[in-house]
Ligand binder design. Structure first.
Ligand SMILES: Cc1ncc(COP(=O)(O)O)c(C=O)c1O
Length: 361
């Protein structure tokens, strides 16, 4: 064996051992990951039989397209739900999910509204866990983002007249992500939408149905074309009270009191919203869930959004009827403090007293 052959032998042996090694990472530049779709290795699917409307025998398959009847309920009548959650890699190598039971519960509640059978809480969490583990090499290194998990519940059976589909599929796919907004962690500039409503009384604003999001595209595209980060919606009855942003819940701070609109059917009950309310109260803040008129929001000291994708996002400005109002976003802001506590619990730097973090490896 000459020197070169010996070098190649040693080099290839070490590559081989890395391929089988637990800490193997996908070959991507983790610093350039945004919130676009990066296809990963596996997805999970589980079908529901027509006979008893129960989900059984879920399995992992290679990630890829799914085949649907052109008459599938989801394609024709929008009978579908989705969820969004993150798998994180901690410094100590542990892989964790954050409150997956809450997403499972929200899907169950949404399914009841949409006349769909749903997986049990245990089935949901197990499916997400298996999908995260199967795509482990796509869970970014600590501090470089997370693996966004997208569980979906779809009416896949064919149906021509309006009615619930005869068959359903639950699936979970995943994509590594980092910042949701192109602004990164910089403050958002929101636009208060006057023309379009997101949700109405008795509608589906309080569940995560796919049919809530298509109609939100036009206001979003319009706002982005004017340089805004996102749209803030008002209630559809009075056009007076703030509801939520197209991708997150909204909070305001005035004289250290934190307020957020109540979730009463038109606003998505965010898992992050609920967690931030608890964290804030634990930190000694007064938190009120109550209707907030747009005029009051414009007088706030601070405004921030919360959501799985956006985490806790400071709002730098809100534009209402052509008038732009600016808010505090410095390092001593309430939102920065809440963000730090939230991230510290998820990453194990602060004790998880409530059992929110679920270890999956
Ligand atoms: C409309 C809307 N509101 C709020 C949220 C925040 O919910 P969560 O904190 O559960 O991610 C989301 C994101 O899922 C959303 O799409």
């Amino acid at each position: 064996m000459n020197d070169l052959t010996f070098f190649c032998f040693v080099f290839l042996s070490s590559v081989d051992s890395q391929v089988g090694c637990d800490d193997e990472y996908a070959d991507i530049d983790w610093d350039t990951v945004g919130f676009g779709l990066t296809p990963t290795d596996y997805m999970y699917t589980m079908r529901c039989s027509e006979q008893n409307y129960e989900f059984t025998e879920g399995q992992l398959n290679r990630y890829g397209n799914i085949e649907l009847s052109p008459a599938a309920g989801v394609l024709n009548y929008g009978q579908g739900l989705f969820e969004g959650m993150k798998a994180l890699r901690r410094e100590d190598g542990r892989l964790v999910l954050f409150r997956p039971d809450q997403n499972a519960l929200r899907m169950k509640e949404g399914a009841a509204r949409m006349c769909m059978p749903s997986p049990t809480i245990t089935q949901f969490i197990e499916a997400v866990r298996q999908t995260a583990i199967a795509n482990k090499r796509w869970i970014p290194p600590p501090g470089k983002g997370s693996l966004y998990m997208r569980p979906m519940l779809l009416g896949t059976g064919p149906i021509l007249g309006l009615g619930p589909a005869p068959e359903y599929m639950f699936l979970v796919y995943a994509s590594p992500v980092r910042n949701y907004f192109k602004e990164g962690s910089a403050p958002l500039n929101l636009y208060i939408e006057q023309e379009f409503d997101r949700a109405s009384r008795g509608g589906t604003g309080g569940i995560k149905t796919i049919s809530n999001y298509g109609p939100a595209l036009r206001p979003l595209v319009k706002a982005k074309s004017k340089g805004f980060s996102d749209v803030l919606y008002l209630d559809s009855v009075h056009g007076k009270y703030i509801e939520e942003v197209s991708s997150c819940n909204i909070f305001m701070v005035k004289e250290n009191i934190i307020s957020t609109p109540p979730v009463k059917g038109t606003i998505l009950p965010g898992v992050t919203r609920k967690s931030i309310i608890e964290i804030a109260r634990d930190l000694g803040y007064r938190v009120e869930e109550r209707p907030i008129a747009v005029e009051e929001l414009l007088e706030a000291d601070e405004v921030f959004g919360t959501g799985t994708a956006v985490v806790v996002a400071p709002v730098g400005s809100i534009t209402h009827l052509g008038e732009r109002v600016e808010y505090r976003t410095d390092d001593n802001s309430v939102s920065k403090r809440l963000l730090s506590a939230y991230v510290a619990i998820q990453n194990g730097f602060m004790e998880d007293k409530k059992g929110w973090v679920v270890e999956i490896n």
